[in-house]
Design a protein around this ligand. Structure first.
Ligand SMILES: [Zn+2]
Length: 231
């Protein structure tokens, strides 16, 4: 949003939705302010995330509730986060000692009090690349799933094994966020092309292999989540 501009991104997504035969929605990821979300709601964005998970519980509830109220007026759905994932997400850096798993009982309260449509949970995943193999708290996820009736969201899925992601889906995660693992093939494709074609100056040419590489990973992830052909 900051780099390309909200208006442009919104228009691209709407055009893609019009031209393709599958449901396409633009979703705002990890927005931390009410104002930035309202800006997008006014442009027609129908799915937003307010991430106040770095704030104390009561502040998180208050801000999420405020966003839910305005978003629902615009016919948009809201994802919020409870618990804190470690790692770097855009401008937000959470150090390891500041990470916190989602408390299942607080999750019940949070969903009831905010009216949020989906909930991102912290169960041991991190944003960015994993330094050591992540140990996920499946029991916690199962408990949250039993107690809370909105769809759950898994953030930090880059670098998780196929088995772990599939288990999270089986235990109730309805949305899986993957970013870093898509950025890597894009930059590798771009870098390799420019190294082997040092004379190339046309972005229409050197962007193509980057996009192709990213697309391969997107296909792989769609198959991993078994979300193919589910229209
Ligand atoms: Zn995230």
């Amino acid at each position: 949003m900051d780099f390309a501009g909200r208006v442009y991104i919104q228009a691209i997504a709407e055009t893609a939705a019009k031209l393709n035969d599958i449901p396409i929605a633009l979703h705002l990821d990890h927005h931390t302010t009410y104002e930035s979300i309202v800006e997008s709601l006014k442009l027609g964005t129908k799915s937003v995330m307010i991430d106040a998970s770095h704030q104390p519980f009561e502040e998180n509830v208050a801000l999420t509730k405020k966003v839910v109220e305005i978003a629902h007026e615009y016919g948009a759905t809201v994802e919020a986060e409870l618990g804190r994932l470690v790692g770097q997400e855009d401008d937000l850096q959470v150090d390891e000692q500041d990470g916190a798993y989602t408390d299942p009982d607080l999750a019940v309260q949070f969903v009831e009090r905010t009216g949020v449509d989906s909930l991102a949970v912290a169960i041991g995943t991190a944003h960015g690349l994993y330094k050591a193999e992540p140990k996920l708290d499946f029991e916690r996820l199962a408990k949250i799933r039993r107690l809370v009736d909105v769809p759950l969201v898994l953030h930090g899925a880059s670098g998780l094994s196929k088995e772990d992601v599939q288990k999270c889906i089986e235990l109730g995660c309805a949305k899986v966020n993957i970013s870093t693992e898509l950025k890597i093939p894009f930059s590798t494709g771009l870098r390799n092309y420019l190294i082997t074609h040092p004379e190339e100056t046309d972005p229409r040419k050197y962007m193509k292999p980057a996009k192709e590489k990213m697309k391969e990973t997107v296909i792989e992830k769609i198959l991993m989540c078994k979300s193919n052909g589910r229209v």
